[in-house]
Design a protein around this ligand. Structure first.
Ligand code: TA6
Length: 302
């Protein structure tokens, strides 16, 4: 069955290959599994809560209307919890939009959001509709979001797909095509230009790469082989994160504690600035995740 709905999940299977499927938890609209020919591509903590009690630690949590924690006390998103309130709200399954490639949609509006959380944003005065589209193809998963301002006044927001990729070993993992990009290092609290032709990991890593040309595709590489390609659709930024040892140990739902060795987050978003949406306007952004292929060096590394 190409699309199966349970009380809490929707499972989409590729008609041509029953071992290729994607599972979306209605809570948070969180993709919690992407099997490509039976091989899991996403990392989910063994301590993740899948019962709707906490945002999922892993998969593809959704971040809106604020990335991180707002530091400007005067900003309407200041009172909101880290990463906003859509990863901890239950989305409505809207159904299948196309048969091949199988594509499904989920919707979220103010009425589905915890009222205590909703009123933290502009006193609950913003009206909006979010539509999440998940498309499954052979060797490829695309997730897109459409944000519509259905209210009578403008608002501004961040969006991010907080994608956790499953990898064999972070110490053998490289990410390319970020050289010469401006970034904000969340650990050093500094802005600088990335000088490494290829990113490698040997400690906690938490950088927001900003205003990257959309033709830049990030490749997660191991031993000269492309594991995953990350292409952004209308999302200028990307966060790269690995919690490493201390942060993993300090994060209650992060299990096993050695799990940092087997995951890396590459998170397409619009987080270094806000998207302004006037009443009646719509905005769209997405990520296209594909498997394998040739290494493409898109930067001048010589
Ligand atoms: O995307 C990276 C990041 O902002 C890190 O700074 C870290 O906080 C991570 O998100 C996880 O955040 P969470 O709220 O899910 O624990």
């Amino acid at each position: 069955m190409p699309v199966e709905e349970t009380d809490t999940q929707v499972i989409v299977t590729l008609p041509s290959d029953p071992t290729t499927k994607v599972t979306i938890l209605k809570y948070g609209g969180t993709v919690i599994s992407w099997l490509n020919k039976g091989n899991e591509q996403l990392w989910v903590s063994e301590g993740a809560f899948l019962d709707g009690s906490k945002p999922v630690r892993g998969g593809i949590p959704l971040v809106f209307p604020i990335f991180g924690k707002q530091k400007d006390e005067s900003h309407p998103t200041y009172p909101l919890p880290q990463h906003g309130f859509v990863r901890n709200s239950t989305w409505e399954f809207l159904g299948q939009t196309t048969a091949n490639p199988p594509t499904v949609q989920f919707g979220l509006g103010p009425e589905q959001i915890n009222s205590d959380l909703l009123k933290l944003w502009d006193n609950g005065s913003n009206d909006f509709t979010l539509i999440l589209t998940v498309k499954l193809e052979a060797e490829k998963l695309t997730t897109e979001i459409e944000v519509e301002n259905t209210g009578s006044k403008k608002f501004e927001f961040n969006w991010l797909f907080h994608t956790y990729f499953k990898i064999p070993d972070i110490t053998d993992t490289l990410i390319n095509n970020l050289i010469d990009q401006k970034c904000y290092d969340q650990l050093l609290k500094e802005h600088y230009t990335e000088k490494s032709p290829i990113i490698s990991f040997h400690e906690e890593f938490d950088r927001i790469y900003q205003s990257i040309p959309l033709d830049k595709i990030f490749q997660i590489i191991e031993f000269g082989k492309v594991l995953i390609n990350v292409r952004r659709l209308n999302l200028p930024d990307a966060v790269v994160w690995n919690p490493w040892i201390k942060k993993s140990e300090a994060t209650a739902d992060f299990f096993p504690k050695t799990g940092y060795l087997n995951m890396v987050c590459v998170e397409p978003g619009n987080v270094s600035s806000f998207i302004n949406l006037n009443a009646g306007e719509k905005w769209k952004g997405g990520q296209e995740l594909s498997i394998g292929g040739e290494i493409k060096v898109q930067t001048n590394i010589y």
